[in-house]
Write a protein that binds this ligand. Sequence first.
Ligand code: MN
Ligand code: MN
Length: 469
Amino acid sequence: MSEKKEKSAAKLLQEKLCMKRKNGLLKADEAVMEKTGVFCEGYKDFLDRSKTEREAVEYAVSAAEKKGYVPFKKGMALKAGDKVYYVNRGKAVILAVIGKKDISEGVHIAAAHIDSPRLDLKQNPLYEDNETAYFKTHYYGGIKKYQWTAIPLALHGVVIKADGTKVKITVGEDENDPVFCITDLLPHLAAAQMKRTPGELIKGEELNILIGSAPYKDDEISEKVKLNILSILNDKYGITEEDFLSAELEAVPAFKAKDIGFDRSLIGSYGHDDRVCAYTALEAILDCTDVSKTAVCVLTDKEETGSDGNTGLRSSYLKYFLYDLADCFGTDGRTVMSASECLSADVNAAFDPTFADVSEKNNSCFINKGVCITKYTGARGKSGTSDASAEFVGRIRQLMDKNNVIWQTGELGKVDAGGGGTVAAYIANLDIDTIDVGVPVLSMHAPFELVSKLDVYMTNRAFYAFLAE
Ligand code: MN
Ligand code: MN
């Protein structure tokens, strides 16, 4: 029999005083891993169904209605346990479960965004060049343009016709659908292209989507391929070229969400940023029935272009909703907001060993180490951040530990490497205590991004602990 070695005093002191940054997969027990697996199957299904902000809103509303949510109306009678939702122009949605405590004590808000980087069609997108038809695009959000060539693209969106009726278009998601593609230059002839700076490797005006090459059979007209495309679109959707003027059509990667790795520990997909936080927050509020403080979940639009516009969080729609909700209880909105707290949920950059030099290891988040809680974001000296107070970080830290949520901290890269912001600042500007939380992502903003399944589930647990508190 071997003698069990006693731990040295230094070892014991180290265990007591030093921070542990253990892999979450070594902390999570079998039951947690099983729940993680089940939760992530639902998440992958959501990703495949919700590639645009409009589709994410439809998904959220349909899931909410199944759980008894009803549309919010100004002045409606509300009591503890009631569930309401408010849709902002089909592109953002707020859900709320009324709590037992008086609303003047504040609400708990989970906020995430449901828009992702993509290629929007220009207003006059259709043209023919050398007997091939194309759509011109204007990219949406921060992308590395070269990543969007030579991959299958699907088209999602709406067209408002001259008579005002709306047609929904989704092409490229069904197994039997065609897909679309942006061509790139073959390496053999790319000597000049490869001398361009990386940002210009593919230029914005080169992101032209190939949509057809078959001519309309007629001898009299020119631009036969363009006419043929218009004829197909008119047969299928009843639209004309002019209808593109009042359309929102978004080209997104046509891939489906997939498990990544022999061990299936990760998920690869388009749009993890930020549907991973949207889904985890949505599922958390849908699980809430009996809450002490009113729980609110905001799924917003326009984060990727700076949160401007009336469906983005720089607008007043969240504030107005809270005002109207407060009104239902005879309280003023300002009192509610000042007493409220918010988890602003957005993805963070996971440490990537291949590109280690942009990260500062002690303050990076890592895949599989749980939900990332970030005190501040911003760039160039914390510009544009809300910077949560030590008190609020302390409160959330306690909440996570009490609920066995595996969590970590991390900022977005080295101090001078770049940076980024989230909607946290806009919510904090309403006098609401706000902190950033979210899922670490590899290849953020690429057409195919990677997250860890355990981190996804832990983010859901973090939201639930907060909203159901
Ligand atoms: Mn984001
Ligand atoms: Mn983003």
